[in-house]
Design a protein around this ligand. Sequence first.
Ligand code: G6P
Length: 607
Amino acid sequence: MCGIIGYIGNRSAAPILMSGLRRLEYRGYDSAGIALVSNGAVRVHKAAGKLFQLEAVLPKRLGGKLGIGHTRWATHGAPSDVNAHPHVSADGSIAVVHNGIVENSPALRARLEAEGVEFASETDTEIIAHLIARQEEQPIEQRVRDALALVQGTYGIAVVDSTRPDCVVIARKGSPVIIGIGDREMFVASDVAALVRHTRQVVHLDDGEVAVVDSRGYRTMTMDARPISKSPATVEWEDDAYERDGHRHFMYKEILDQPEAIDRTLGGRLDRQFHTAHLGGLNLEPGELLDVKRVKLLGCGSAYYAGITGAHLIESLARIPASAEPAAEFRYRNPVIERDTLYIAVSQSGETIDTLMAVQEVRRSGGRVLGIVNVVGSSIAREADGGIYMHAGPEVAVASTKAYTCSLVALALLALQLGRTRDLSPEQGRRLVEAMERLPADIEAALATEPLVKAIALRFAHCTSAFYIGRGAAFPIALEGAQKLKEISYIHAEAYPASELKHGPLALVDSRIPTVAALPHDALLDKSISSMEEVRARSGPVIALTHPGDERIAERADAVIEVPRTEDVLNPVVMAVPLQLFAYHCALALGRHIDQPRNLAKSVTVE
Ligand code: G6P
């Protein structure tokens, strides 16, 4: 993995490829390269490191109106010039960029080496270039299909052939590739971000499909050469949504975006007459909603933590047993799939491989899955039986912020609708509808804590470890808060239900380890205050995240951050915000790469 871009048309390809790669930088990468086809030859330029390092090795004049480019996040072989994509066949005629993993690469490599092929890199991708080159002289799409028939694993690929300067061939199995339709020019990419500057008309390939793209159109077919017709979709987001708007970091911009983003998630979905939510995309009749006996939420990283809050919301409001599980664990433990369980996959990108595979596993066994997804037309959105789009707008920073809170809001809408088809009273429904309508304003108020949160961050940014605690609905607040801190500041942070402190972690607490305590004014507040006392008694500094109005907290905490009180089940949405800001200001004080933290990728599309 990570990012693919391709161009064919009348313009010089190189600047288009480079600007497309720049748009893909957010996904995280450690090397990059481009291949251009001109005068019957493929010319490849690549470099380890960031795009400016690739730019440094590019010749001043670069011909070619057809080309492909890639940003690589190393999986097979270290990040280096030779391992960067594109990879070229031994005769130099074929260049390939690839996201995914060739699982049978040792066997294929040995076979090719036995035939005399000399490999230039350690990558699995190079195998695909050699395999295509050795297929008999046939149309390029046939050669690509024959080569891919030998490959086990996952791929989204783009291929150019020096003898076919009129087309680029793409194929997909498990890793996205899309076609962007321009005016007498065409684009291919792994992510709409790379091409939305040029066009918002796109065609998504599905698994097992191949496409031949020329400057005027495209032909799509299955792996066994059956032609298929696909209709274009319109990308929801404009190019300028990918700009930082003058902010230093995308993460900061995305934190500030939250009131508007949540407004979009709510847009037109609240019903003041019947005090419920209307979610058009669920594809479930009210009777089917009533038949749901259990709910299982699946996701990875922050999306999994959103799932934990979602389970709490659904169980509280709809009284349906609900639980969350990391998608990767779920898919590999041979889970029992039940017809009356509603499975919900949460994913910002809609492309996380483990979540996607979990969706496929449920559907294969006859289960029903909803997707809570941000990227319209993404794999999970298309594979699920129905779902809710977050409409958070593009999230570029690796660390999730607005997509996290918007997924909580989408889950709250679902919980409300499920609740109101059951025992949630109109009065309870009314209170929730009103609280949800107030969320954007509550988030504004939470954002206004920034100067205070920044001062607290400057006080604690040099600690080496931190605990986050919370109980009930506040436990996932702690989980996500700790996740943000470790992701971007690299400070070790661990979250515990406050009740678990005395069963182990308290042994570590001393004056050097701050504890961030999420203390919503809910039924567990008194108990949480006792946990806070336990920390104080061991000289541990406490940063309390709470609502105004409880003197006991101010008396016992070293720092207090107050956000408006909302309905108990919605506190996780509002309380997420100061913890995002806390992590951000710690990371800023430590000079970290906030938008692209080390070792992390925005969307993990390989295992
Ligand atoms: C990566 C990102 C996380 C994200 C997770 C799930 O690990 O770094 O921020 O929460 O993937 O991503 P998804 O797109 O499925 O929400």
